[in-house]
Design a binder for this molecule. Sequence first.
Ligand code: PXG
Length: 457
Amino acid sequence: MPRNYDIAELKRLDVAHHLPAQQDYKLIEDMGGSRIVTHAEGCYIYDGDGNRILDGMAGLWCVNIGYGRDELADVAADQMRELPFYNTFFKTATPPTVMLAAKIASLTGGRLPHVFFNASGSEANDTVFRMVRHYWQVKGEPKRKVFISRWNAYHGSTVAGVSLGGMKAMHEQGDLPVPGVEHVRQPYWYNEGRDMTPEAFGLACAKAIEDKILEVGPENVAAFIGEPAQGAGGVIIPPANYWPEVERIVRKYGILLVCDEVICGFGRTGNMWGHETMGVKPDMIAMAKGLSSGYQPISAVAVSKEIVDVLKTGGDFVHGFTYSGHPVAAAVALRNIEIMEREHLVERTRDDTGPYLAKMLVTLNDHPLVGETRSVGLLGAIEIVADKATGARFGGAEGTAGPMVRDLCIENGLMVRGIRDTIVMCPPLIISHAQIDEMIGIIRKALDLALPRLTAI
Ligand code: PXG
């Protein structure tokens, strides 16, 4: 049972002392403090005001095996008693760390056999940033420094993460990106490509990468990085031909291909990896979130043999964190993966719940506010529009309808995100058909409630 917290006091302390992530502090103050989430079970979270909310976001795109797994608490406690911490700097390693590296290597089918650990997705992408540049230096091509990424990509909140990402609002704070990161158009067909077929648009977006490579000079380009499907950007699922064409282009110029699997990894798209769903074979992948289902902060970068063979000729790679390969986090991640395998959550997403979510999303297409629904595995999105024919948005620009529908969903018992005017969802992979029905039912109710308010604008 949850503890008996003094919620009013916690809210007061929240406003007085706590600076939450990616937030407008004045807004939280005006609200009288954050919503205090006290406990959770399965697919539901509970807050201090007595609300039970279906978690359509798996926490923050991470609690894939759902809440309340005693097994993971036991594993963490056992590991803390045996060895709560040891580092990987002193020519040392710990049993869970080594076993997790081997497990991750096997999950890549042996294609990416080497694994570097960190504590967050942002740090994983910092590791990518430094390792890729170091690789090219050791290989004798030190001019290859430039990363190509996409506008509206999300790769984290550290300096390298924000730089690799394509979020303009994040770039504006802190004079980013750092030099050597170039951004190209994103494969967002609904917003940017409806005058073309998805196939023609997929090729055009891939061609933007080739154009950028030629502009920068292929001899200066180190890597292309992308999320198989963009998550925080609004669940942007590229046309099927986009990624294979991207791979063809980067191979043509000898550029490394990096997939950011922080959201798409660990079954989210219906395969173990998002890059499998998109049909490409990257040289490096970053992973986090679903690696431990959020039960512990841990991330990893899996790397090809070819890259590590080169690094082995370069002496120390002077990079790493105190918590690289943290034994408690690694032990929890290992058991999380074991649970995923035991409960066949990847297969279930591919064959059962993913297709069911897609089928249920389609039932919303008749709603006057819905311009498009789309999903891959258990990653879904709904475009809210003022005019279904033209895709025009309420108020002439995005940002009015999305927050309204999101808030109505939350008020009615469903946690989703509103990104611009796109409602996105990413439920735990244990979600049932009945819970998907509940999710779709609450979204329809929220859309119905929003309709008169939006049309009055
Ligand atoms: N890559 C991707 C693809 C992500 O989604 C990160 C890297 C960074 O991971 P860390 O663990 O450093 O946060 C993420 C994180 C949102 C939102 O607005 C998404 C994330 C984080 C915070 C907010 O949906 N994804």
